[in-house]
Ligand binder design. Structure first.
Ligand SMILES: C[S@@+](CC[C@H](N)C(=O)[O-])C[C@H]1O[C@@H](n2cnc3c(N)ncnc32)[C@H](O)[C@@H]1O
Length: 352
């Protein structure tokens, strides 16, 4: 087994260069030698390359033989995706999300199938709860805001049960929109709910807002409306899973369902609108079932320089058109969507 020994003061520089050239054999551990030297295990390289390395880093190459070179132990698995990716591929992956027993990674372009499997398998080993690792294979798209995924390791089963804020959510991660990154925003919303409120969640998906409000507050009832039939079916299952019986779920377009609710004299103290692309287009329907003094939470995607004015202007204009008076309470950032683009939520009250 060939090792490149260099002065330990140059170890970081050499480590980066060897990783970049994919010359390190990660199945062996580094060796620290007496006089401040570090030895890097090398993949098979030619004599010319070995000479170049010695010259460039003022090092020496030593063949230690299988007995002296130490195989990396299983417990030395990488502890983070950052560490993992810098070990297996050149580009660094800083984060991955887990939904129940599924991990979802965003892979940089140009990585090989081998590297993909290495990342997927290492993630399975790092977290025993993960049964399948998927790579994002598309952006959120369409009315249902779903995205394509591609299995890179483990078992191919896109259905899972996720736990968040005292609630269980069963869903198929490809057919239903769900982001675990919104857990603290959902907590912010349910912390605002007062006893006996009637709450409506438009665009309710598989029910995260609905069930977290139902289970963590003293709301008298929570209604959800969702157009994606698969998401709606999971929401119905989640109602049973969470024994949430102060909940009413409607499958369909909010534009069709809300007039029916209005006919049945339904009205709400609080309306949540978690559809960041275009929620303002539905403010007119929300007003149809808003009680006097109702609180509305409208989500949006905004460029940093447009926060809060762009969202608050949409609210003020919609209120003006429909004859309501808005009282803007706050606009909060609740996640980053892209460079300098944020998911925001504007909380406001409406009165006649
Ligand atoms: C960004 S997702 C949010 C889902 C869920 N509230 C959550 O936080 O996970 C928006 C949801 O709105 C649904 N949707 C889009 N347009 C709709 C409409 N006109 N009526 C009802 N639901 C709609 C989509 O199918 C999608 O599930």
């Amino acid at each position: 087994m060939m090792f490149l020994f260099v002065d330990k003061r140059r170890a970081e520089e050499v480590r980066k260069a060897l990783l970049e050239k994919r010359m390190v054999d990660n199945t062996y551990t580094l060796i620290k030698e007496g006089q401040g030297e570090v030895g890097f295990p090398l993949k098979r390289i030619g004599r010319g390359e070995a000479d170049d390395l010695m010259k460039k880093y003022n090092g020496r190459i030593k063949n230690l033989g299988e007995g002296l070179a130490v195989k990396r132990k299983k417990s030395e698995l990488p502890r983070s995706l950052k560490e993992l990716s810098s070990r297996y591929i050149k580009k660094s992956l800083s984060t991955y999300e887990t939904i129940g027993g599924i991990a979802i990674v965003e892979l940089p372009e140009g990585i090989t199938k081998e590297e993909e499997h290495a990342i997927g398998n290492a993630l399975l080993k790092m977290n025993r709860n993960i049964k399948g690792v998927y790579a994002k294979a598309g952006k959120y798209e369409g009315i249902f805001r779903t995205r394509k995924l591609r299995l890179i390791a483990g078992t191919d089963n896109k259905e899972t049960i996720h736990r968040e804020n005292n609630v269980l959510l069963k869903l198929n991660v490809e057919e239903v929109y769900f982001s675990p990154r919104l857990a603290s925003e959902r907590k912010r919303i349910f912390s605002l709910v007062r006893p006996e409120e009637r709450v409506l969640v438009m665009f309710s998906g598989c029910g995260p807002y609905v069930f977290e409000i139902a289970k963590n507050t003293e709301a008298s009832s929570v209604a959800g409306i969702e157009i994606n039939p698969v998401a709606h079916r999971y929401a119905l299952e989640n109602m049973k899973l969470n024994h949430a019986y102060n909940v009413e779920l409607y499958g369909g377009d909010v534009r069709d369902v809300i007039p029916v609710l209005k006919q049945g004299s339904y009205s709400f103290d609080r309306i949540v609108m978690p559809l960041p692309k275009g929620a303002d287009d539905f403010l007119d329907v929300a007003f149809e079932v808003a009680k006097e003094g109702a609180c509305i939470h409208m989500y949006d995607f905004l460029r940093e320089e447009d926060i809060p004015d762009a969202a608050e202007d949409k609210v003020k204009n919609a209120c003006l058109r429909q004859g309501w008076k808005p009282e803007i309470l706050r606009t909060v950032k609740c996640g980053q969507y892209g460079p300098h683009i944020y998911r925001t939520c504007t909380d406001f009250r409406v009165s006649r």
